[in-house]
Design a protein around this ligand. Structure first.
Ligand SMILES: [Zn+2]
Length: 77
């Protein structure tokens, strides 16, 4: 069986008790953009309970991308 547990922070759905968490992301139109860096932005990811469909956590994979290049901790982007 395929492993659906992809979110290390969310192990169990608090609504239905389901333990299969699907990682999904909302691209482009759902991008998260910082007011400080309107040209940047990154996809918004969601951890969705496979059983009841609740979105358990929303996050961006690379918060540094919300900052301007000069403000980033790593400059290798
Ligand atoms: Zn659930």
């Amino acid at each position: 069986m395929e492993e659906y547990l992809t979110d290390k922070y969310v192990k169990r759905c608090p609504y239905c008790g389901g333990t299969e968490i699907i990682e999904a992301f909302q691209s482009y139109y759902g991008a998260v953009v910082s007011p400080k860096n309107k040209l940047g932005g990154t996809e918004l990811y969601h951890s969705v309970c496979r059983n009841c469909g609740s979105v358990l956590r929303s996050y961006v994979k690379d918060p540094e991308k919300l900052l301007k290049k000069k403000d980033r901790k790593k400059s290798d982007y």
